[in-house]
Design a protein around this ligand. Structure first.
Ligand code: C2E
Ligand code: MG
Ligand code: MG
Ligand code: MG
Length: 288
């Protein structure tokens, strides 16, 4: 344990802090190894049309298959990958893997859908981000509309000039951009007009209590109306039950993502959603 010993010094590291620091270092070391050893797997979560139930898109979500610790969720390693720069090789791998997978689905005769890929700030601000995306698309002969970029509100607000420029370049390329976790950042509204984005994803914290909380109902309705009036597609994240689905449908939400339809699943399992008009059995019954 790090313990300050000299006179007039304070103990800076508590045992808990030192434990956390050690763990972090361990994750970093493991992460480097994991990138070399290809220990990652992309899961896919369906996004459905709220009116028809048709699977119209997917989100790619990374998992780390640690040889000893098992499956590690992104929250446990993406922040460390970002602060160490390891997100750059990892992010590049994810992008290529998603394009490869989409190409494979097409080769297998599956209907094609756009797949959303999450970008971290560091990754998005790289000067060669556009080349990286274009190369991945070309390598797998994938039309640009089958890739979507998901950026958090806080990311786009960090450097508005640069973000606007990259988003314009992406849009020219034909790649759609979405604002992820919408509503959790601040002063986003004024910029919606400036950014060439096509989609907002309402954060699941607004959806969780939607059925019971009148404040959430007001907020979500306002976000959906705002999006629709600005001709943006609107997706609700974290939809877990039928009541939430019904409320969102009645509010005119375009697209739905959440455990009600499916958890994120491996590519093989995801195939069942491709070309399936009505996705989850629970949803099927609810269609008017
Ligand atoms: P996100 O982009 O907002 O992704 C949605 C998260 O919500 C996913 O968590 C998903 O599994 C979860 N989710 C979906 N439906 C439901 C639901 O009905 N209920 C609940 N409770 N959760 C639901 P996941 O996969 O653990 O990812 C967490 C975050 O990690 C993502 O949030 C994203 O910010 C980041 N992330 C994931 N994959 C990547 C990646 O490839 N690159 C980068 N840079 N970040 C990633
Ligand atoms: Mg996302
Ligand atoms: Mg989100
Ligand atoms: Mg999130």
């Amino acid at each position: 344990q790090a313990k300050a010993t000299g006179r007039n010094t304070y103990q800076i590291f508590t045992p808990e802090m030192s434990k956390a620091a050690t763990e972090r270092l361990q994750v970093e070391t493991d992460l480097r190894q994991a990138i070399e050893n290809n220990e990652f797997i992309v899961f896919y979560q369906p996004i459905i049309n709220a009116q028809t139930g048709e699977c119209i898109a997917a989100e790619a979500l990374i998992r780390w298959l640690h040889p000893e610790k098992g499956m590690i969720p992104p929250i446990r390693f993406i922040p460390i990958a970002e602060s160490t720069g390891l997100i750059l090789p990892l992010g590049r791998w994810i992008l290529n893997e998603v394009c490869r997978q989409n190409h494979e689905w097409r080769e297998n005769g599956q209907p094609m859908i756009p797949i959303g890929v999450n970008f971290s700030a560091l990754q998005f601000r790289q000067n060669d981000v556009l080349d990286t995306i274009q190369e991945a698309l070309e390598r797998f002969d994938l039309p640009a509309q089958y890739l979507q970029v998901e950026l958090t509100e806080s990311l786009v607000m960090q450097d508005v000039e640069k973000t606007t420029q990259i988003l314009h370049d992406l849009s020219r390329l034909g790649v759609m951009s979405a604002i992820d976790d919408f509503g959790t950042g601040y002063s986003s509204l004024a910029y919606l007009k400036r950014f060439p984005i096509r989609k907002i994803k309402i954060d699941r914290s607004f959806i969780r209590d939607l059925t019971h909380d009148p404040d959430d109902q007001i907020l979500v309705k306002a976000m959906i109306d705002l999006a629709r009036n600005m001709h943006l597609h609107v997706v609700a994240e974290g939809v877990e039950d039928e009541q939430q689905l019904q409320v969102l449908r009645s509010m005119g939400c375009h697209e739905i993502q959440g455990y009600l339809i499916s958890r994120p699943v491996p590519a093989k399992e995801f195939q069942q959603f491709l070309g399936n008009l009505s996705t989850a059995p629970s949803f099927r019954n609810k269609l008017d």
